[in-house]
Design a protein around this ligand. Sequence first.
Ligand code: F6P
Length: 320
Amino acid sequence: MLKRIAVLTSGGDSPGMNAAIRAVVRTCIYHGIEAIGVMRGFEGLMEGDFQTMDRASVGGIIHRGGTILRTARSDRFKTEAGQRAAVVHLENRRVDSLVIIGGDGSFRGAEALGKLGFSTIGIPGTIDNDVAGTDVTIGYDTAVNTALTAVQKLRDTASSHDRLFIVEVMGREAGFLALEVAVSGGAEYVVVPEIPLDIAKMCEHLHYSRKKGKTHSLIILAEGVMSALELRSRLQDTGGYDARVTVLGYIQRGGSPTSFDTILASRMGSFAVESLLKGTSGMMVGSVCGNMVLCPLSEAWKSPKPLNPEMLALVEKLGV
Ligand code: F6P
């Protein structure tokens, strides 16, 4: 019988994490289980930085961006000494299971705790959407919409001045955000880490569309490929283009979650607790075809999650 469940957020924050925390805490309360918040992710866990959570401590946070538990990226937790220190604190506090809300790196940490015999469950929260085992991660939809709002404004000025714009979005190793922003923003070109950039082909494409009468163009670039300034100078050198540059940066990680992310986070948070109650451990909650599912934590970071080829083709087709 579970008596105490702890919850933490780890890695880069994402809109909707608070809604997930609220769902974990409220589902615990619903079942008469004590809920404990761990501050600053694995860093706080190794220091035993715990806070008892009640109904009121998650009141009014459903629409708030960021994470009330705060978050961190921890190198110390990658060591066995750090992981053992975390387990000691969890056991001293008599915690039975730990819910980890974060990205693939956070789930490696969760797996390490599992290997030390501690019960964990993961909830995918990252704007990058680069977690296998789930169609979508918490915060991705909000980040796409934040970037799209900026792209819509940039298109206004690009079209007024007949200009070429490069918009740099987040995504060090994955192009999900860039691809979805490119399709929804009507961009002419998308540059993602998964596909090698052919600068000559890009210039040819831009030249062709100008010849066909297109007066302005937008390129969406994922930050992991190169900086927007570097792409700008390569376009200048290869095709003589004078592109304007906008880097969206951390603005994409903030703000109130969309209704999609709020509902996703609420479902995932509640499902995580229900799964722990059924004896589940070492798994990650996912959303596949709209249904809540479970997959092994290791799948989240070991399996590749490919970009949708149909979406990639769409940018090329619709950007003619
Ligand atoms: O959370 C994911 C992410 O936003 C990536 O897209 C980005 O490259 C990275 O985090 C930035 O991380 P940090 O907060 O460590 O600068």
